[in-house]
Design a protein around this ligand. Structure first.
Ligand code: ACO
Length: 332
């Protein structure tokens, strides 16, 4: 019996942003902040925000359809849908099941995965296992968020950082030596206290009191997350590169989680990488959490920045604390 694992590649990508852009100048009217402070400390100039009728699954569905079209794969061919999100439409059913219905992927299993901003990278690695072992042929991985719905718009320390959006990738078998060459995932639960939403789960179910005390919003210790991010981005990228048998000089394109330009610059510096090879779109879209890496990847692929044969490194970090990275030999 043949026991060899199959190579797994990205067959197509897609993304979706809400229509409404919220600029830093708009935020100046909402909290005590300034466009200059936000640009200087984060690099963000605007973010997209979903309207009241748009939920995470709506953005996820559009991104999924674009990825399927790009991959030339039909919804019926999908074996599995993974939606990485910390802002599901609701606790039950999974947002992945809603997407499955919306796109008519009647042969696909579906589940949500929560690893905050690292969710898409976790999802890719999970999908890779199913395809590599031969259990599944085609898996759709989506990172989708509407963080705007869980932000405290009176807290200038968090509300300026995030945006809404969705990104997706269809994964399937590819030729040997191409596709995902290596991956890593990690977690440090001790750091969970630095980025969390206290109420709305089983620890603190929703009540009139929890709503009054604004406990359903994202709470963050920005400087602790910042220190962690700077340390882990370079470390995770080096680890996957080594695993893949490549070095920093071999990277054609780095697609990092878009949290803060200072974090990205410091990771690039640690890796001694030319910033020209790093994809940055946080000025326009801000931090879209689990959607961040796939939106950036889709942009880079569609604009022709990533070409067949390129060595692409994706790296991200997030609440949990969690982190993930992978090295992909672009097969498309
Ligand atoms: N506008 C104006 N001033 C502000 C703002 C604001 N929006 N936010 C904070 N300040 C003030 C602070 O109150 C402080 O004032 P003080 O000195 O009078 O006390 C001063 O600016 C400096 O505050 P710091 O928190 O030290 O600012 P810092 O340079 O660290 O930037 C930031 C804060 C942008 C939040 C940064 O720490 C950061 O980006 N951290 C990482 C956050 C992150 O990436 N989170 C996402 C994780 S991914 C996920 O899973 C969702």
């Amino acid at each position: 019996m043949e026991n060899k694992l199959r190579s797994v590649g990205i067959l197509g990508t897609g993304s979706c942003l809400p229509e409404k852009a919220l600029t830093n100048h708009d935020l100046e009217k909402m909290v005590d902040t300034s466009h200059e402070w936000i640009v200087k400390r984060t690099g963000i100039e605007q973010r997209y925000v979903a309207d009241e009728n748009t939920a995470t699954s709506d953005l996820a569905t559009k991104a999924a359809l674009r990825a399927l079209e790009d991959a030339k794969v039909s919804a019926e061919e999908l074996d599995l849908i993974i939606v990485a999100t910390l802002t599901p439409d609701m606790a039950l059913p999974a947002t992945a099941c809603i997407v499955q219905k919306n796109i008519g992927a009647k042969n696909a299993a579906a589940f949500d995965l929560e690893a905050a901003c690292s969710g898409f990278l976790y999802g890719m690695t999970v999908a890779q296992q199913f395809i590599a072992t031969g259990m599944y042929e085609k898996v759709l991985v989506i990172g989708a968020e509407t963080l705007s719905k869980v932000l405290d718009w009176t807290d200038r320390g968090t509300c300026i950082l995030f945006g809404d959006g969705a990104g997706a990738a269809v994964l399937g078998p590819t030729e040997e030596g191409m596709g995902i060459l290596s991956a890593t995932m990690g977690a440090d639960g001790e750091g969970g206290k630095f980025l969390f939403m206290p109420a709305g789960g089983s620890r603190m179910p929703a009540s009139v009191e929890t709503v009054k005390e604004r406990l359903h919003y994202v709470k963050m210790d920005g400087s602790e997350v910042f220190k962690f991010a700077v340390r882990i981005m370079g470390k995770a990228a080096k680890e996957v590169l080594e695993k893949s048998g490549n070095s920093v000089e071999d990277i054609d394109y780095l697609v990092p989680h878009q949290a803060n330009i200072r974090i990205i610059n410091s990771a690039a510096k640690k890796l001694k990488m030319d910033i020209e090879k790093v994809h940055v779109n946080l000025d326009k879209v801000a931090n879209t959490s689990a959607a961040s890496v796939p939106i950036a990847l889709d942009e880079a692929a569609r604009t022709g920045k990533i070409k067949k044969g390129d060595l692409v490194v994706m790296v991200g970090f997030g609440g949990g604390l969690t982190w993930g990275a992978n090295v992909v030999r672009w097969n498309k």
